[in-house]
Design a protein around this ligand. Structure first.
Ligand code: NAD
Length: 257
């Protein structure tokens, strides 16, 4: 599978799943644009290391995905955007009556609204080239709920709905729009939930992983960032040209329960 000649923009890709996807895109030959809200030497060095390892062009463009204008500017600055991966995301866990409004707003903006802005900016570029792939990284929480994650679950359900709508709007064009719904993947976003959960349930780290995080993941294994990257590359391939408006679960059986 070669994505040579294509440029992939991956939001929130200096860590975790986004970085894993960027690496698999580059391995498949795509030029990549990495992104986060920071603008450090490490961010640019990360892009340079991907360029060197895979022999592709790789750039890092700083843009805050909580800001609609910045989302659109990212796509403008990227130049080509044949493949758009909306991956940036944050989490906050609290009962709905204690959920801080600022956290609600940030999660809705970064996890959901950013997808609207980047897709709106990228679609004209895809139409001009006569080819495009959009992959939105939703979540098992885009299909099902858990307590204390009202903002995240709302945002991810919104992403799934938006994905279906954009797929219908582009159905007669050589553009597809799909969502991937990962179960638990051990990334900094999930790591950050472990200490609080250990405290809340008075459990060891091992017990939290097995009995809380992976409780609903029947495989009892985390999905990996490489698997998410491979699934994304597949959705960009010719084999997936008729796959649009759907969700692909990478969740060890979670949503089969
Ligand atoms: P992560 O914390 O490792 O990565 C999140 C990325 O988003 C980072 O690169 C971070 O810098 C970036 N980001 C955060 N705020 C941003 C902002 N305002 N502007 C630009 N970039 C920003 O987490 P992850 O687990 O790799 O999560 C990536 C995506 O996968 C998220 O959308 C998350 O909801 C989704 N997801 C993760 C899991 C999991 O178990 N890890 C499961 C399902 C879905």
């Amino acid at each position: 599978m070669s994505l040579q000649g294509k440029t992939a923009v991956i939001t929130g890709s200096n860590s975790g799943i986004g970085l894993g996807i960027a690496r698999e895109m580059a391995r498949a030959g795509a030029d990549v644009v990495l992104n986060s809200y920071t603008d450090s030497d490490e961010d640019h060095a990360l892009a340079a290391s991907i360029a060197e390892e895979f022999g592709v062009s790789a750039r890092y463009i700083s843009a805050d995905m909580s800001n609609g204008e910045a989302c659109r500017e990212l796509i403008t600055k990227a130049g080509d955007c044949d493949i758009l991966i909306n991956n940036a995301g944050i989490q906050h866990v609290a009962p709905v009556d204690q959920f801080p409004t600022g956290k609600w707003d940030a999660i809705i903006a970064i996890n959901m609204n950013s997808n609207f802005h980047t897709m709106a900016a990228a679609l004209p570029k895809m139409r001009e080239k006569g080819w495009g792939r959009i992959v939105n990284i939703a979540s098992a929480h885009g299909l099902t709920a858990s307590p204390y994650k009202a903002a995240y679950v709302a945002a991810k359900h919104g992403v799934v709905g938006m994905t279906k709508t954009v797929a219908l709007e582009t159905a007669e064009e050589p553009i597809t729009c799909n969502a991937i719904c990962p179960g638990y993947v051990l990334t900094p976003l999930v790591e950050a939930q472990i200490p609080d959960t250990m405290k809340e349930y008075n459990m060891s780290r091992e017990d939290v992983v097995k009995n809380v995080l992976l409780k609903r993941q029947p495989s009892k294994e985390f999905a990996t960032v490489e698997q998410l990257g491979g699934t994304t590359v597949f959705l960009c391939s010719d084999a997936a040209a008729q796959i649009t408006g759907t969700t692909l679960s990478v969740d060890g059986g979670w949503t089969a329960l």
